[in-house]
Design a protein around this ligand. Structure first.
Ligand SMILES: [Zn+2]
Length: 445
């Protein structure tokens, strides 16, 4: 079946035509590993995962790359603050990042290159650009000259004023205000984080890293490049300029960008201390899969308003569908007509909200056998990735045990009002208590 995707290059939904039949090569801009990922970034990652799953569901062979930025101003500064090597510092945050991915049931990309492992490839690209004179050397680094770049800014639909010269207030020594650094020469504060290069020792700029890694792993031209919409300019715009300056080939056929996630009307960022990481969500007693569910309820191109209430509502919905699937009998058959509707929805630029609504409709349909409902929705879950039917293993907090004990005392004293009050409190903690012949049994809500 045909797949349609919204392409940022054309600002249109287009039929996907792969470079090679039944194969898709995709590159996703990964995180800078210097802190806990914030939930805005996690939304983008879940989008990348859904995209991969949709192609796999359509029997494509997928090759997915996600880079890890392990050298930049922030990683260097923060590693020095902690008094550890850049490698040890970024390794710690890479581990946290990978754990977050696993908890969100995000499939591990086939390649997860670290920028510092591709310094040779970066240097070769910069040397080629210096040869072609599209790059120039200044006092503090090597810069890319956008004036000499044909078609610069097409992705971002930029109108560049080439007469705009760099002002003295600019932090760097460059000829045009929009020129960007390919390589930054060593500064005293870089410490031991220096790489030897023929044009001067230093370290790579951020943009060139992705160009070098994608070229090495996926080749000169590949199918899809994804990321958050904040990367359209300058990051992706600069990636195109560099890559095409080196290869003289078209870089990427389809660019896809996930929208921002807002919290209380503001763009999420690390500077705002709110419900902002997976850790804080777990501390709040919710599952990472509740967050994944919430992300599926909005289209990836829709700006999403994040709130604690919406997450709690998603948690309740996920529990409900999860329990229903767990309790339905096995060995049903996938309903082909419903499956076709589902495929049409997900192939229409990843319309997950509609696909999720279809799952709920099936769940409530009295004309479908429970076993068939289960088989069909579990088939959908290959794309949702919600691990439906697997009841969460939750740890029961000490407080809940204490409340259950207090309720038992009240019941023995036949103080039913007091016992009911405890039962309500237990529910508020997210548990229900069932009275069995063997005493009270505690279950997650
Ligand atoms: Zn990138």
């Amino acid at each position: 079946m045909e797949i349609y995707l919204h392409n940022t290059l054309t600002r249109q939904k287009e039929k996907f035509i792969p470079i090679r039949d039944n194969e898709v090569k995709m590159y996703h801009c990964g995180p800078t590993i210097y802190d806990h990922p914030h939930i805005g970034n996690l939304r983008t990652l879940i989008f990348g995962d859904i995209l991969r799953r949709v192609f796999e569901f359509n029997n494509f062979k997928v090759i997915q790359v996600m880079n890890l930025t392990d050298v930049d101003d922030k990683t260097i500064k923060n590693s020095q603050k902690e008094g550890v090597s850049l490698y040890d510092f970024t390794y710690k945050y890479e581990k946290i990042f990978r754990d977050n991915m696993e908890e969100l049931n995000i499939k591990t990309p086939h390649h997860m290159p670290r920028a510092t492992e591709y310094i040779d490839e970066i240097i070769i690209m910069i040397e080629k650009m210096l040869e072609n004179e599209i790059a120039y050397k200044s006092d503090d680094g090597i810069y890319f000259s956008i004036e000499k770049s044909e078609g610069y800014g097409v992705l971002a639909q930029l109108k560049i004023d080439h007469s705009e010269k760099a002002t003295s207030e600019d932090e760097y020594d460059k000829e045009n205000a929009h020129d960007f650094a390919l390589w930054k020469f060593t500064k005293p504060e870089d410490g031991e984080n220096v790489w030897v290069a023929p044009f001067g020792d230093g370290r790579p700029g951020w943009h060139i890293e992705c160009s070098a890694m994608s070229l090495k792993i996926l080749g000169e031209t590949f199918d899809i490049h994804t990321g958050g919409e904040d990367l359209i300019f300058p990051h992706h715009t600069n990636e195109i300029a560099q890559s095409e300056a080196v290869t003289h080939k078209h870089f990427v056929n389809y660019w896809m960008h996930a929208a921002f996630m807002n919290a209380s009307g503001e763009k999420m960022s690390k500077s705002k201390g709110n419900f902002s990481t997976l850790e804080t969500i777990k501390e709040g007693g919710l599952s990472p899969l509740d967050f994944r569910y919430l992300m599926l309820t909005a289209h990836y191109k829709t700006k999403l308003e994040f709130s604690n209430d919406s997450l709690v509502a998603s948690a309740q919905a996920r529990k409900k569908i999860n329990r229903a699937i767990a309790e339905f009998p096995d060995f049903g058959s996938v309903q082909k007509d419903l499956l076709n509707i589902f495929i049409e929805m997900i192939n229409d630029d990843l319309n997950m909200p509609e696909a999720m609504a279809l799952a709920w409709k099936i769940l409530k349909d009295e004309n479908i056998l429970e076993a068939d409902k289960k088989a069909t929705i579990l088939e959908f879950d290959k794309v949702f990735g919600l691990k439906l039917g697997e009841i969460d293993q939750v740890e029961i907090p000490q407080k809940v045990y204490a409340l259950v004990d207090a309720r038992e005392v009240a019941r023995n004293e036949k103080d039913w009002e007091e016992a009911d009050r405890y039962r309500d409190e237990i529910q508020q903690e997210g548990f229900i208590v069932k009275d069995t012949a063997n005493g009270p049994q505690i279950l997650p809500l």
